[in-house]
Design a protein around this ligand. Structure first.
Ligand SMILES: [Zn+2]
Length: 448
C-alpha cells in the first residue's frame, strides 16, 4: 500500500542484486518519459504566454493551486478579471484614493434627508390632498386599462403618488434658475464668477455663491446666488438647478414615505430612483424633466456619454451604470480606479450605512442587492441580444456596420426626450438641464 502512494518517477530503485521485473521497469520508464515531456510543454506554453502579454498572468481566484512545473498558467486575457473580487486601493494609488474620498462624501447626500422631525415639517409644504386625489385618479386609469386588456395594472396607487408629487413639484413648486434676474429692476444679469458665502449663507449650507451683475446700465446691481446643499433650506428657497431640484425632491419623496436613491454621475447630472413595491424594483425618476421609468433617455435620447452611474441611499451604494448605459457608444472610459477597487469602495459605503441595522434588515437588503445584480446582468444580456438583432446580413457580408435599428425602448426614450426638449423650450427659453446649458453666460458656473 505504501508503495502505491509514492510517485512512480521517484520510486526507490530496488537494491542491487534484486532481479529486475522487465514489465515494471518499462512502466516506470514510460511514466518518467511522459512527465518530462509534460514539463517541457508546460514550460514552452508559459514562455509563450509571457511573450504575448506584458502583464504577468495570474491564476484565477479560487482555483486550486497545483504543484505544477510553473506558477503561471496560460493567460486568457478575457477571463483575467473574472471573478472580480473587491480590492482595497493601494496606499500609493492616489487616483483611486481620491475617488474613494469623493464617493464617500457624495454618499452623505441622501443621509441628510433622514430627519424625521424635519420630514414631517416638510410635508406641510406639499398639497397632499391634491396629490393623493391625482394619484387615485391615475391609478384608476391604469386599473381600467389593465382590466380591458385582461392584464395586471402597470402601476399602482403608491407609484402614482410619486408621479403626482413629481408633476406638482415640476409644474408649480420649484423654479429653474440659470442667471437670477436683477432683484431691483428685473433685468437679465451677467455672471461674474464665484465668491465665498457670507456667514449667514454659510450657516444655511451654502458652500459657494455665484455672483451676477445687472445688465441694465442705469442699475448694474449685484445679485448673489448661493448654492444651498441642505434640502430643508431648498424647501424655502424653491429654486436652483438640477442639483437643487433633485436634492429637494428626493427629500420630499422620503417625507411622503417612499424609498429613494440619489443617482450621481461624474458627467455633471443627477436624478433619482424610487422603489416600486408593486414592481419590486428601483424605478428611474427625473424630476427636472418630469420623467418616470425612462432609463434610456440620457443615452438614446440626449446622446449623452456617461462613465459611472452610482446610486446612493441611506441603505448603501450601488453601481447602476448598466441600467442606463446599454450601448458601448455611450460609455465614457471608467478610469477613476480599477473596477475591483470600485467594488471595494461601494461595499465599504454599504457596510457603513448598514452598520446599525438588525441582522434581518441586512439580510433582506443583501437579497435585494443580489436580485438587482441579476436585473443589471439582464440589462447587459438584453443589450447584447439587441446588438445582434441590429446586425444586418449585408453589413456582416461587407464587414461594415450599418446604422442599427434602435429598439422600441430607445425609440420611446428619444421621442420622450424630444417632447420634453420642446416643452422646455416653450417655458424656459435659453435653458438646458442636460448639464451643458445653451447660451450659458457664465462658463465657470457648474450647471448643477
Ligand atoms: Zn437691475
Amino acid at each position: 500500500m505504501e508503495r502505491s502512494r509514492v510517485p512512480a518517477g521517484q520510486r526507490p530503485q530496488p537494491p542491487e542484486g534484486t532481479p529486475i521485473d522487465p514489465t515494471q521497469f518499462a512502466k516506470d520508464m514510460t511514466t518518467q518519459f511522459r512527465q518530462r515531456l509534460s514539463t517541457r510543454r508546460m514550460n514552452q506554453l508559459s514562455s509563450l504566454a509571457q511573450a504575448r502579454t506584458s502583464s504577468p498572468a495570474r491564476p484565477l481566484v479560487g482555483a486550486p493551486q497545483s504543484p505544477s512545473v510553473t506558477d503561471a498558467p496560460p493567460s486568457y486575457s478575457s477571463l483575467r478579471n473574472i471573478p472580480l473580487v473587491p480590492q482595497a486601493p493601494h496606499p500609493s494609488d492616489l487616483r483611486s484614493l481620491r475617488f474613494r474620498n469623493q464617493l464617500h462624501m457624495l454618499s452623505e447626500t441622501p443621509t441628510n434627508w433622514e430627519n424625521p422631525g424635519l420630514l414631517d415639517d416638510a410635508l406641510r409644504a406639499v398639497p397632499t390632498e391634491r396629490i393623493y386625489a391625482a394619484a387615485e385618479e391615475q391609478s384608476q386609469v391604469y386599473k381600467a386599462q389593465a382590466e380591458s386588456l385582461g392584464k395586471a395594472p402597470k402601476w399602482t396607487y403608491a407609484d402614482c403618488v410619486i408621479r403626482a408629487l413629481m408633476t406638482w413639484f415640476h409644474d408649480s413648486f420649484f423654479e429653474w434658475v440659470n442667471n437670477p434676474p436683477c432683484s431691483r429692476c428685473y433685468a437679465p444679469t451677467v455672471g461674474l464668477g464665484r465668491t465665498p458665502p457670507l456667514p449667514e449663507e454659510q450657516a444655511r449650507s451654502a458652500g459657494m455663491v455665484e455672483l451676477y451683475q445687472c445688465s441694465n446700465a442705469q442699475c448694474q446691481g449685484l445679485e448673489r446666488f448661493p448654492r444651498y446643499k441642505d434640502a430643508f433650506v431648498l424647501l424655502e428657497e424653491r429654486k436652483g438647478r438640477c442639483g437643487e431640484w433633485v436634492n429637494c425632491f428626493g427629500m420630499l419623496c422620503r417625507a411622503i414615505g417612499a424609498r429613494v436613491r440619489w443617482i450621481w454621475n461624474p458627467e455633471d447630472y443627477v436624478w433619482l430612483e424610487v422603489w416600486s413595491e408593486y414592481q419590486q424594483r428601483w424605478v428611474h425618476c427625473d424630476v427636472t424633466e418630469n420623467t418616470w421609468d425612462q432609463p434610456l433617455m440620457y443615452t438614446e435620447g440626449w446622446k449623452k456619454k456617461m462613465s459611472y452611474i452610482i446610486a446612493f441611499s441611506s441603505e448603501g451604494a450601488y453601481d447602476v451604470t448598466r441600467r442606463y448605459v446599454r450601448d458601448q457608444k455611450y460609455a465614457n472610459p471608467r478610469n477613476k480606479c480599477p473596477e475591483s477597487v470600485l467594488l471595494h469602495i461601494l461595499a465599504e459605503i454599504r457596510a457603513k450605512r448598514r452598520a446599525r441595522m438588525t441582522k434581518e434588515e441586512k439580510f433582506r437588503l443583501q437579497g435585494e442587492d443580489m436580485r438587482e445584480e441579476r436585473a443589471l446582468c439582464a440589462c447587459t444580456i438584453q443589450a447584447i441580444i439587441s446588438g445582434i438583432n441590429n446586425l444586418s446580413i449585408d453589413s456582416l457580408l461587407s464587414g461594415a456596420h450599418t446604422t442599427p435599428r434602435s429598439d422600441i425602448d430607445a425609440q420611446k426614450a428619444a421621442e420622450r426626450a424630444a417632447e420634453n426638449a420642446q416643452s422646455q423650450r416653450v417655458h424656459r427659453s435659453g435653458e438646458s438641464r442636460h448639464g451643458s446649458p445653451r447660451n450659458q453666460q457664465n462658463p465657470q458656473d457648474p450647471p448643477r
